[in-house]
Design a protein around this ligand. Structure first.
Ligand SMILES: Cc1cc2nc3c(=O)[nH]c(=O)nc-3n(C[C@H](O)[C@H](O)[C@H](O)COP(=O)(O)OP(=O)(O)OC[C@H]3O[C@@H](n4cnc5c(N)ncnc54)[C@H](O)[C@@H]3O)c2cc1C
Length: 261
């Protein structure tokens, strides 16, 4: 057993098409607004969300919609108002993709319960036959770390004993897949695995709130604490209402002023 730590990597995020944005601005006779707005808002995800929102009321400037007599003329005021009003659907236009590596099946099982606004690709333990059983040692088990390691070594031994009863070299890929899947039944829930997860910002805000709550499981709390750190840094307006509290175990609870926008 190798000791491992869960890893959070930001893989991808929504970017703008400059020519498309200009085309939209021309359509609305809002090129002047666009040029001014882009100077003060370099964040592409936040800008896309603002564009989508402003399209709803033609609020790219006074006069485009005769019903609109004043507009919020900066992104901070615009996005803050969206969060306050709970107009969260426009946050769905921009997504972030994360790789969660060295995470347990306990974590992935909890993660996939969040269905709205997500895309998921999880390492298959039908296809992938583990050589090692790597696990993260939860802090609560640190006083028993020796026994924990010994238990995993025992399970690993039993796994390889069972595996050795079959002649893998003579099998088709399909047969290997069936047997790998049958064998995984004795693997522990804590076995390290990998998952790619995409969420839109409406979803990410909600999952951070739920999964950094003190009543959430420690591993998902630790991981979504890292997700929160990344999002607060990279999308400062979309997460501007979040504050955090340090918890006794070193993780953080992130709390938004506006829950579930
Ligand atoms: C501390 C904690 C303990 C938990 N304990 C358990 C447990 O013991 N057993 C258990 O089974 N689960 C448990 N869960 C999981 C929990 O019940 C949810 O399934 C999970 O958190 C997903 O959240 P969500 O329902 O908000 O779904 P998400 O997919 O994150 O959806 C976000 C929101 O969209 C709306 N929505 C999504 N799907 C639908 C839909 N089909 N219809 C209508 N509205 C929808 C809802 O408003 C929902 O809150 C726990 C979660 C936490 C945080």
């Amino acid at each position: 057993m190798n000791p491992i730590e869960p890893l959070v990597i930001k893989l991808a995020e929504t970017r703008l098409s400059d020519s498309g944005v200009r085309h939209l601005a021309e359509h609305y006779s809002a090129v002047e607004w666009l040029e001014k707005a882009k100077q003060s808002q370099p964040n592409e995800a936040e800008f896309l969300i603002e564009l989508a929102g402003r399209t709803c009321y033609k609020s790219f400037g006074v006069g485009l919609n005769p019903n609109v007599t004043r507009i919020r003329d900066n992104s901070r005021d615009y996005i803050t108002n969206v969060l306050e009003k709970g107009d969260g659907s426009i946050l769905e236009h921009a997504t972030v993709t994360f790789a969660f590596l060295n995470v347990s099946r306990i974590f992935t099982h909890e993660l996939v319960r969040h269905r709205a606004g997500t895309a998921i690709s999880q390492e298959s333990l039908r296809y992938v036959r583990p050589r090692e059983i790597d696990l993260w040692l939860p802090p609560d088990l640190e006083p028993a770390s020796k026994q924990f390691r010994e238990t995993i070594q025992e399970i690993t031994k039993h796994y390889h004993d069972l595996e050795a009863l079959f002649d893998w070299d003579k099998m088709t890929f399909e047969q290997k897949k069936r047997l790998t899947s049958a064998l995984r039944r004795i693997l522990p829930d804590g076995i390290a695995t990998n998952i790619i997860w995409t969420g839109n910002h409406r979803t990410i805000r909600w999952v951070i709130e739920m999964r950094t709550h003190p009543s959430a499981e420690v591993e998902i709390r630790k991981i979504f604490g890292k997700v929160a750190e990344i999002c607060l840094q990279d999308y400062p307006l979309l997460y501007s209402d979040f504050t955090y509290k340090e918890l006794a175990d070193g993780t953080r609870q992130y709390v938004p002023k506006f829950s579930k926008v």
